[in-house]
Design a protein around this ligand. Structure first.
Ligand code: ADP
Ligand code: MG
Length: 403
């Protein structure tokens, strides 16, 4: 299914002000941007709009200030980094809306860039307050949403604003939706899905969907302990939660009746506690003794999963295989990451921590598509409609033929 929303490429923007919702929710440390991946991911859309003579008003959230001004969550460091990347000045608005902001937006010439303050400084943002949406809309004549990572939220800057202005999809958002949709709608087979990370209950929707469309699901990370618990195995002090055990039990029942194989680890790496310095042992099996917790999949599991990935027509990986941030428990994640990087099939990696793992291992260039949106990518893969996408105007059939 082709992307059905109007693209920024088809918008008339010359001499107009365009409000662009970007996802500049980047990690900061000591007032500096630590990882500018998400800023760089927005550049193609921003550059296209500037080349076409638009004046840009940029909006993004950063962290969770909870509707009040938190100076440590100001977008100022992001504005500085963006200015370096674009090679032009970026004016920093003192607030999200208000008279000063109106004035700054009104002064913008073609190609100039104004960055609004953190949209979540406004309590109306997450409540999708129509007043805030209206004020944001009054800053521009055209709206572009390129914030894929926030598209699963119906907030004022992602959804409400598109009720007031014609909304177009940014290049990143369009590519994200297209790449992720292909995985579930028309994958080269076999479709192999590797799922890990912390909570099954967050990912139960994706497991459900993939039991219907994938050929094999491989489970790792803390998630596997909810499955083992559901099977009545000993899991020691491994991480699990009751809600996830219920979800895992349902997934196991559904898998038994489906054509999709659901594969669990066959060996583990254990630690005494969640720490890099903890006593460590490899367990050739999965029954965790008292006083220990599973912190990684073992080498046999790593090799098994790597082999499945190597034989896949399409691989989707979401969630690390272990506590990879700690070197003694990184090998399982590393094995999957290496296999994904070397896989001959189409490869897609989603999830903040899995993408971080690819970057940590220096393998990010070797993946066909690295999704910038954690929650949004999961919801899209589940088959849910994303409010930030739905609110955009539909593509005219003629738009598609021209582009
Ligand atoms: P993603 O962001 O890729 O979707 P998640 O956020 O679901 O992944 O999970 C990532 C986290 O899961 C990591 O911080 C990692 O340390 C943790 N994790 C993985 N395996 C285990 C485990 N066996 N025990 C505890 N934590 C784990
Ligand atoms: Mg995460």
């Amino acid at each position: 299914m082709a992307f059905s929303k109007a693209s920024v490429r088809d918008a008339t923007v010359k001499g107009r002000r365009v409000l662009v919702r970007v996802d500049f929710n980047v990690p900061l440390k000591d007032g500096e941007v630590v990882d500018d991946t998400r800023i760089r991911a927005a550049l193609p859309t921003l550059e296209l709009l500037r080349e076409r003579g638009a004046a840009l008003v940029l909006a993004s959230h950063l962290g969770r200030p909870g509707g009040e001004v938190k100076p440590e969550l100001s977008l100022a460091p992001v504005g500085r980094r963006l200015s370096e990347l674009l090679g032009v000045p970026v004016t920093q608005a003192p607030k999200v809306i208000g008279a000063e902001v109106d004035l700054a937006a009104g002064c913008l010439g073609p190609g100039e860039v104004l960055l609004l303050e953190n949209t979540r400084f406004e309590p109306g943002e997450t409540k999708n307050d129509p007043m805030l949406a209206g004020s944001l809309a009054s800053l521009a004549q055209v709206y572009v949403n390129d914030a894929f990572g926030a598209a699963h939220r119906a907030h004022a800057s992602t959804e409400g604003v598109a009720r007031h202005l014609p909304g177009y999809a940014g290049l990143l958002l369009e590519r994200e939706v297209t790449e992720l949709s292909k995985v579930v709608e028309d994958p080269a087979r076999p479709l192999v899905v590797v799922l890990g990370g912390a909570k099954v209950s967050d990912k139960v929707g994706v497991i459900d969907r993939f039991l219907e469309v994938a050929d094999q699901i491989l489970i790792g990370g803390a998630m596997c302990f909810s499955f083992f618990k559901a099977q009545g195995k000993e899991i020691g002090n491994s991480l699990y939660d009751e809600e996830s055990v219920v979800a895992a039990r349902e997934a196991l029942a559904k898998a038994a009746a489906s054509d999709c194989a659901l594969t669990l680890p066959v060996d583990l790496v254990l630690g005494r506690e969640f720490s890099a310095e903890t006593e460590r042992q490899e367990l050739d099996g999965i029954e965790v003794p008292d006083g220990w917790m599973g912190l990684d999949v073992g080498p046999r599991t790593g090799a098994l999963y790597a082999e499945a990935v190597a034989g896949a027509g399409t691989v989707l990986w979401n969630g690390p295989m272990g506590a990879f941030e700690m070197e003694p428990f990184a090998a399982g994640t590393r094995a999957v990451a290496d296999a994904v990087a070397a896989a001959p099939g189409k490869t897609v990696v989603g999830g903040g921590d899995s993408v971080a793992a690819m970057v940590q291992f220096g393998l990010e260039e070797k993946v066909d598509w690295l999704s910038t949106g954690g929650g949004a990518s999961l919801e899209l893969l589940e088959g849910k409609k994303l409010p930030g996408v739905e609110a955009l105007i539909d593509a005219k059939p003629t738009d598609r033929e021209e582009s």
